[in-house]
Design a protein around this ligand. Sequence first.
Ligand SMILES: C[S@@+](CC[C@H](N)C(=O)[O-])C[C@H]1O[C@@H](n2cnc3c(N)ncnc32)[C@H](O)[C@@H]1O
Length: 204
Amino acid sequence: MRARKKKHGAERLAAVSDLFIESPELFTDKPTFLEIGCGKGKFIIENALKNPDINYIAVEKVSDVILLAAEKANSENLTNIKFMICDAKGLSEIFPAHSVDRIYLNFSDPWPKAGHYKRRLTYKAFLEVYRTILKDDGAIFFKTDNAGLFEFSLEQFKEDGWDLKNITYDLHNSEFAKDNIMTEYEKNFSEKGFNIHRLEAYVK
Ligand SMILES: C[S@@+](CC[C@H](N)C(=O)[O-])C[C@H]1O[C@@H](n2cnc3c(N)ncnc32)[C@H](O)[C@@H]1O
């Protein structure tokens, strides 16, 4: 996601600095769900509003984008969500092993050029990072409109030994539609007529 440099970005970040963390706040009495690449935060904020007993952490590498998400959470007075500016590849150095219950990857950048496949967030090197931080019964929930990225991801999960469940190539016309919370990209692409693909991948 490209973002213009936010005017007064530093001041605006300072105003919501309580919502930002550099290392995870984990609760033994609450599950921890991460979204990696949260963008402007629609999905994770609506989830946090709906599920006060889940501890959400939004991860995003672009500070000007996550700022918008944190400002939204602040205006909702949410206490069950925190924000981290970092790259997915470093998560296993930040999170304790087996501390996360679920990871959401929503509309990850497809990196369509063949030579860029290692940048895709479902490339096996990323899957190994996620496996390290997920609990033994943890899972990744993945959504995309991009058929090429979905096929690539299915292969990566299979090759890396994940247990795939609840796969659909048309989420909005599936049994999973009623509980689905849309992301910004999802709203945009589905309005343009793209089918949304979805899977769950469980650590074995
Ligand atoms: C296409 S946008 C999708 C945003 C949002 N999930 C949605 O569905 O509306 C992908 C987001 O992932 C972020 N991202 C890409 N690679 C990342 C990485 N390695 N670590 C953290 N965030 C990343 C980008 O900065 C961008 O905001």
